[in-house]
Design a protein around this ligand. Structure first.
Ligand code: ZN
Length: 253
């Protein structure tokens, strides 16, 4: 547990933000990562292995080399069927309701190994696929928390629309907000509120610009969001999820 009464964000900053982009879309390495670099900041990309990663390893290696985090987002993007919009695109054999802890752990380890060949890192964060935090069903329903603790620095957890309170956080299921379909004005206001409370706010975004994904943030709104983050970076710590979780864990000791 972090002692909130003595806790301080680095360099006198008041709060923290991590923006995470899901599913290794082409726009992420083509446009999004360079846009972050242009404002001098870095993000987290949750890259499933079966994705553009397999088509263009060098493009993703370049993203990692620039200092962005390649986070674990599994091999095949398994999800719970009949949850969160019942992902019709997902074959039944990747239904998390039928996974055992052993199978889930094995798949995540192999995904981590594949990512380590690309970025040379041996620790990273996990972006829960479809924001699911459990596998199995009925009597076999199992929380992923203990396996996430074993394998990862942190897990992004459920989409709970809340910022992370520093005195009261679960590294294995941090909780996050969404940036898809939202305006820069709305997002910057939400970030300001979280930072004013001394919190860490984490966002999940899929596409950037129409046609990049069914869930997306408008390209111009995204540009304005990055401008806002760049402008206030002396007050707000903007960094990949792994980096902020590592800092917080070091404060526990
Ligand atoms: Zn995903």
């Amino acid at each position: 547990m972090i002692d909130k009464s003595t806790f301080q964000w680095p360099q006198g900053r008041k709060g923290a933000v991590s923006i995470t982009y899901d599913d290794a879309l082409p726009c992420h390495h083509q446009l999004v990562a360079p846009a972050w670099e242009a404002v001098g900041l870095r993000a987290t990309f949750y890259t499933p292995i079966r994705s553009t990663l397999m088509e263009d390893v060098e493009a993703w290696r370049a993203v990692a080399t620039k200092g962005h985090e390649l986070g674990n987002h599994s091999l095949f993007h398994p999800c719970r069927k009949r949850a969160l919009g019942d992902p019709a695109w997902l074959p039944d054999h990747y239904d998390l309701r039928n996974y055992t802890p052993e199978r889930w752990r094995d798949e995540m380890r192999v995904a981590d190994f594949a990512l380590s060949l690309i970025d040379g890192e041996n620790k990273r964060s996990f972006g829960n696929t479809c924001c699911n935090t459990e596998i199995g069903q009925g009597e076999t329903l199992t929380s992923l928390d203990p396996i996430i603790e074993e394998l990862f620095i942190a897990g992004r957890g459920a989409y709970n629309k809340k910022s992370v309170h520093i005195g009261d956080l679960n590294y294995n299921a941090l909780g996050h907000c969404s940036g898809d379909g939202r305006s820069a004005a709305e997002l910057s206001e939400e970030i300001e509120q979280a930072v004013a409370a001394g919190d860490w706010i984490i966002y999940m975004i899929h596409g950037v610009g129409e046609g990049t994904h069914g869930l997306f943030i408008d390209e111009d709104e995204h540009r304005q969001l990055l401008h806002f983050l760049g402008k206030w970076q002396d007050d707000i710590w903007v960094a990949p999820l792994r980096e902020i979780a590592q800092y917080l864990k070091a404060c526990e000791r």
